[in-house]
Design a protein around this ligand. Structure first.
Ligand code: C2E
Ligand code: CA
Ligand code: CA
Ligand code: CA
Length: 277
């Protein structure tokens, strides 16, 4: 390394190149991941704090590459959004979730609701709503057993259009939740007009909820606002019993997080629900 007074650059440049090379190879490999059977869904159970039972789960995408091993969705989902692959992957997820809901029904769990993450690119497809309705109708699964998670940012990108899409989906029976609530920008007036059933309080407010005064205040405010707007609340990233107790005492409806369960593959997921039944 030459001492030219710009060490920072010299150290950073190869790293950045490595990162973009990795991004490129990941994006290319992702094209084949679906057909090669490298993608799978994990299901993270959600606990209803009133009933004390599992009422739902969030479907989370997992990618196991034969050489690189597990690749985090936090890394590959943004790539799939950039190159549009998320559209096909998204339909693959919908189909797997519908199969899963059918299998749960066959096992006697006909009330479990599964939430899927919907990205802006998917929602921007003109036929998104129609195709979703078609697939759900063909599967025989009631739309009310599917929940669509949208972040505030996604919902607010094109609020007029999204509002119409959500109204149609809601009228068809789908559940709608706002993901990572509190971290993005959302207009309260849109929130009121949107057909939203549930606010998912972001993990960043939950992490220090037992000590941090501001986080306590924010979470209380979200719960109260949701109640007055007729929406339910779920806290994400709950890792301790102290967090759970606080949330329950403040009237939060449900939790999701490592305290209750990590995301589980199908067999473990079914065993988990059975053990909690
Ligand atoms: P997200 O929607 O906020 O998902 C929650 C993330 O928090 C998941 O990470 C989950 O495994 C993790 N998590 C859950 N409970 C805890 C906890 O108690 N402690 C900690 N430390 N983490 C917890 P994951 O699976 O790595 O997903 C990361 C993000 O990738 C998701 O954030 C979501 O934005 C995106 N993603 C995952 N699956 C999909 C998918 O199927 N479609 C789309 N569009 N995005 C997805
Ligand atoms: Ca989510
Ligand atoms: Ca989050
Ligand atoms: Ca989330």
């Amino acid at each position: 390394v030459k001492q030219d007074g710009r060490n920072g650059l010299r150290f950073y440049a190869p790293d950045m190149q490595k990162n973009s090379e990795r991004a490129l190879s990941l994006a290319t490999a992702l094209k084949n991941a679906m057909v090669n059977g490298e993608l799978a869904l994990a299901f993270q159970p959600q606990l209803d704090l009133q009933q004390g039972s599992v009422t739902g789960a969030e479907a989370l995408l997992r990618w196991q590459h034969p050489e690189w091993g597990f690749v985090s969705p936090g890394e590959f989902i943004p790539l799939a959004e950039q190159n549009g692959l998320i559209v096909n992957i998204g339909w693959w997820i919908v189909d797997r979730v519908l199969e899963q809901l059918n299998r749960l029904q066959q096992s006697g769990f006909e009330n479990i609701v599964i939430a899927i993450n919907v990205s802006a690119v998917q929602l921007a497809q003109p036929d998104f709503v129609a195709r979703l309705q078609q697939r759900v109708a063909a599967s025989g699964v009631p739309a009310s057993r599917l929940e669509l998670e949208l972040t505030e940012t996604v919902a607010m990108l094109n609020p007029e259009h999204t509002g119409e899409q959500l109204a149609t989906l809601s009228a068809a029976g789908f559940r709608i939740s706002i993901d990572d609530f509190g971290t993005g920008y959302s207009s309260m007036s849109y929130l009121k007009r949107f057909s939203v059933n549930k606010l998912k309080i972001d993990k960043s407010f939950i992490d220090d909820i037992t000590d941090n005064h501001e986080d306590k205040a924010i979470v209380n405010a979200i719960i109260q606002m949701a109640k007055s707007l007729g929406m339910s609340t779920i806290a994400e990233g709950v890792e301790t019993e102290a967090q759970l107790t606080r949330l329950r005492n403040k009237g939060c409806d449900a939790i999701q997080g490592y305290w209750f369960s990590r995301p589980l593959f199908e067999a473990d997921f079914h065993a988990f629900i059975k053990s909690r039944h």
